[in-house]
Ligand binder design. Structure first.
Ligand SMILES: NC(=O)c1ccc[n+]([C@@H]2O[C@H](COP(=O)([O-])OP(=O)(O)OC[C@H]3O[C@@H](n4cnc5c(N)ncnc54)[C@H](OP(=O)(O)O)[C@@H]3O)[C@@H](O)[C@H]2O)c1
Length: 216
């Protein structure tokens, strides 16, 4: 039986911006061992790691990917080519990224969803899309573990590996949100920028109702 609610995992985070910092703090506070990285020398993250507390470590991106039993990639989409694929082989990789051509440049996704495109570049990882539809300020503030799951803010997830989605669902619940599954990585087009469920503050109950409307 898979452990869907790991009490303590080693989590490597690639990206120390709005989402990377928020997730590092929330997951470290929830009891996980967190290593964070950016595109530079880890010395540039020592102050941040200290500020986050809870033993958060600063790494370069290769070491963060090696450190994590689970890895979160939260770098700008256009930098997908720098993701260290080998140290993430066999691991669950949470992909938070959104593709904005004006920021990321023109990229030919070949009709794939954004996360299926990322997964294509991480062929031996278990990619789960999550946290892409919530603004970082809301991620920082809206988690509430005291609420029943149906009343919590929804975090949409998608992926092709049910066991990986179960683990990510557990992490989402530990930090006070509720996961709502949109389906496979290809189905995750429904939660990309510009869709009806990208951005709005929905409870899990409301989110499931919206999804039913969208999927017919
Ligand atoms: N901001 C939001 O509210 C939000 C919400 C949901 C999803 N997202 C998506 O999540 C992703 C991250 O967004 P963000 O707002 O957190 O970005 P951000 O604030 O711009 O931070 C990006 C982080 O990624 C690092 N980085 C850039 N290139 C890298 C590389 N090649 N290797 C390792 N690290 C690299 C940057 O480090 P350096 O300082 O070294 O460049 C920085 O720490 C984006 O795809 C975004 O669309 C954002």
């Amino acid at each position: 039986m898979p452990q869907a609610y790991p009490a303590c995992m080693k989590i490597g985070i690639l990206g120390a911006g709005h989402i990377g910092k928020a997730l590092a703090r929330l997951l470290a506070e929830a009891g996980h061992e967190v290593g964070i990285s950016n595109s530079k020398d880890p010395a540039t993250l020592r102050d941040l790691a200290h500020e986050l507390g809870h033993g958060v470590k600063a790494f370069d991106r290769e070491d963060a990917a090696r450190f994590g039993e689970l890895v979160i990639e939260t770098i700008p989409f256009g930098k997908y080519g720098t993701l260290p694929a080998v140290p993430m082989e066999g691991k669950i990789v949470i992909d938070t990224a959104n593709y904005y051509p004006e920021r990321d440049g023109q990229i030919d996704l070949g009709n794939l969803s954004e996360s299926a495109f990322i997964a294509h570049h991480l062929p031996k990882s278990r990619v789960v899309k999550a946290f892409n539809t919530i603004a970082s300020a809301h991620l920082e503030a809206q988690g509430d573990t005291t609420k029943p799951l149906d009343d919590r803010r929804a975090i949409f997830i998608a992926g092709d590996d049910q066991e990986a989605k179960d683990v990510v669902t557990g992490l989402i619940e530990q930090i006070g949100f509720a996961a709502v599954d949109t389906g496979s990585l290809e189905d995750s087009k429904v939660q990309q920028p510009g869709t009806a469920i990208y951005g709005p503050d929905l409870t899990a109950t409301q989110a499931r109702a919206e999804l039913t409307k969208l999927k017919g």
